[in-house]
Design a protein around this ligand. Structure first.
Ligand SMILES: [Zn+2]
Length: 75
């Protein structure tokens, strides 16, 4: 489960795709580290034989679509 801001959701249709407008010297490296860390965690899980489904915060608002995604992943 990824929060769209903290985990830097890249989908241009994300309604929560806020980007900092000030203090960019702080925010841009921090958010890039979060994103790189996420990629590393996913790669490590997959290397260990796990399947990974990332659910973005903005995807939790449409419960029917979320439910379908979870069912498809778990089946
Ligand atoms: Zn999002």
């Amino acid at each position: 489960m990824h929060g769209c801001f903290w985990h830097f959701h890249g989908d241009p249709n994300c309604p929560d795709r806020r980007r900092p407008k000030s203090n960019l010297d702080y925010w841009e490296p921090k958010l890039a580290r979060n994103r790189n860390r996420d990629a590393g965690h996913i790669a490590a899980l997959e290397a260990g034989g796990w399947s990974v489904l990332v659910i973005w915060e903005c995807e939790t608002r449409d419960l029917a679509t979320l439910s379908a995604s979870l069912r498809a992943f778990l089946n």
